[in-house]
Design a protein around this ligand. Structure first.
Ligand code: MG
Length: 341
């Protein structure tokens, strides 16, 4: 079994601005694990605010003893091993987990969605995210999301109503809203929830700070729109803490350290009566197909990574009626012909 990787810089179509920061590209680590003539593809998307980098990923990978990964893979034991190497580092752990899932599917000649028990017919539509911007650029961005059935809007910089009014002037599509911890006042946040409800907003992500369960729970109890924990919910252990604080959780492979733990989080959330949104960072087709394999088990999907970038090194997966289409190929179903050069 052989692991190779290369750093990659994924360019965004537009500078991406949310409540806390702005950026134009995202560092990735593209990874492959080869075994018995098959290649499993993985990817780490290391958005800067999560604290990982090409350097930290390289350092982590240098400590991984690849021959330990024996097929058929025991993903629970593998994530435990990766966590013992170092805490944190969820994105590079996800890259390994995704590559091994792709490999497992190829060796078993089964698609990953099938291995994980997903029903492709239950695939939710994927939202198309527009960051905070000037009205002119916002209008342009919404037009570029043509083909999507839901728009996700980033709020939290003080001009929230103006932003929604601008979006509403160009589209009647349902909206998801992400406040990215940008709200600070209870009364104002509840007013906003009612105002947004009247404008067909279907969910709100992370209104208050992730460290503030009281205000988030207060709003969840009163809001006519489901409140979803994102920054507050990283790995499996956080799911239980979300109960009573949020209506649901946002699961992302780059937070959960991969597909195995994301799947456990989805099942645990359902058991606790929490809704599930499956989301992404800036990602290529690789990590997006990995999340799409789990998306049919979720209530909503926000998997627009490849739709927002200009240099995806892989073929674009099929996207139809606002949804990713899961194919019957073994593993992730990724067309990776040009990925590693
Ligand atoms: Mg979010």
């Amino acid at each position: 079994m052989r692991l190779t990787y290369r750093p990659f810089e994924l360019e965004l179509n537009h500078p991406f601005t949310i409540a806390k920061f702005s950026r134009t590209s995202t560092p990735l680590m593209l990874l492959q694990i080869e075994h018995e003539g098959h290649i499993g593809y993985g990817e780490a998307s290391m958005v800067p605010y999560m604290g990982e980098s090409h350097q930290s990923a390289t350092q982590f990978l240098s400590k991984v003893d690849v021959p330990r990964f024996k097929y058929p893979f025991d993903f629970g034991a593998i994530i435990q091993y990766l966590d013992e190497i170092a805490p944190g580092n969820p994105a590079i752990k996800a890259a390994i987990d995704i590559a091994l899932h792709d490999l497992e599917g190829k060796l078993k000649q089964q698609p990953c969605w099938q291995l994980l028990g997903s029903d492709p017919a239950k695939m939710p539509v994927t939202s198309y995210t527009v960051g905070i911007d000037t009205p002119e650029v916002l209008v342009e961005k919404v037009k570029q999301g043509d083909g999507c059935k839901v728009i996700k809007v980033k709020l939290g910089r003080g001009s929230d109503k103006e932003l929604i009014n601008t979006i509403r002037s160009v589209t009647n599509l349902p909206l998801y809203v992400d406040a990215n911890q940008g709200w600070t006042d209870r009364a104002h946040s509840l007013d906003m929830c009612h105002w947004l409800h009247e404008r067909d907003v279907k969910l709100i992500e992370q209104p208050f700070a992730k460290t503030d369960p009281d205000d988030n729970a207060w709003l969840t109890e009163r809001s006519p729109i489901p409140i979803i924990g994102d920054e507050a919910v990283q790995r499996f252990g956080d799911v239980e803490k979300a109960k009573g604080v949020y209506s649901g959780i946002n699961v992302k492979l780059m937070k959960s350290a991969g597909m195995y733990e994301a799947h456990r989080m989805i099942l645990k959330a359902k058991e606790l009566g929490l809704k599930v949104l499956i989301g992404c960072m800036s990602e290529t087709s690789c990590a997006t197909l990995a999340a799409a394999a789990l998306a049919p088990q979720c209530d909503w999907a926000d998997l627009d990574g490849p739709l927002l970038v200009s240099n995806n090194p892989y073929q674009m997966p099929e996207f139809k009626d606002g949804k990713w289409v899961l194919n019957d190929r073994s593993g992730l179903g990724l067309d990776a012909g040009i990925a590693m050069g």
